[in-house]
Write a protein that binds this ligand. Sequence first.
Ligand code: KG4
Ligand code: ZN
Length: 330
Amino acid sequence: MTDLVLGIETSCDDTSVALVDKDGTVAAASTASQVALHNRYGGVYPEMASRAHVDKILPTVRMVLEDSGVDPRTLRAIGVTRGPGLIGSLMVGVSTAAALGQGWGVPVLGINHLRGHLRSADLEERRVDYPATILLVSGGHTFLARMTDPGTITLLGSTVDDSVGEAYDKVARMLDLGYPGGPVVDKLAATGNSVFPFPRPMLTDGLNFSFSGLKSAVERFLAANPDAPPADVAASFVAAVLEVLVAKCRRALAEQPSECLVIVGGVAASPQLRAAAGELCAQAGVRLSLPPLRWSTDNGAMIGLAAWDYLAAGADLPPEATTSLSIESF
Ligand code: KG4
Ligand code: ZN
């Protein structure tokens, strides 16, 4: 038996597969992105996403196995995202993993996608010390959690409506910038000035978040000011988002003494967020732990690393697709 898990991620628009050992070393990885497919719709088109996963999943698995030269019958396990996510996309991953596991004689574990993100900062090298305060900012989720060890997670606060990534993607659509919105909004924002006073929802209010009011404020502003410089609109939007995220992280760190602040999920790829979090951590005297950019957005490696936690905890969850799943469940 090798000391490797095959991680498979298909919850949204990336078909991603990786071989990972229990320390987070990635032996091989490959991702087939569907960005080009969904770009013209300004968002993920679920039916097309599942069809693209069907086309890409076996070639992606094959590529990873060939790159590593690993005999799949010697794998420790297959970890596959069971949820949350788009049902059709999840079903392609779990049914393929189940069939491969059966054929190779390897156990298959259904993994909570959010637990994958939470472990992404330990890929390639160990960066997280416990207890840790974790901000997860992705296209589907926005929350703060506390982890006392890799398997023990307590939710501290979450969005009551939209996620940060969703707000980025909607603002990108309003500005005609394509999909995914995060990278393009960030890039444009870097060339503008934060001059428009967009709201900072729930800024002084506990550890929950709200982003739908900010999104609507940008929409109303653009309807009333169609000639406003897009770079200044983007910069003002990003400034509002960052002020809220930083204030919530500061509050969480003050309430829950932590060894480090960990920021994960697609929006953790934002250079502006990385810089603002760096300043916050320097002031607060805690370490900042960030996944490498490659492992911030959805990937199979984080699912493989989370699968090791499941093996350690004896959490033997079947590979069944589940559209909604809380961070506290396995
Ligand atoms: O974690 P992820 O790949 O998928 C989900 O689990 O949702 O996150 C995708 C989200 C998208 O909303 C995308 O616009 C955002 O992450 N994103 C970014 C950046 N790169 C991706 N947001 C801000 N800045 C970025 N550089
Ligand atoms: Zn994700």
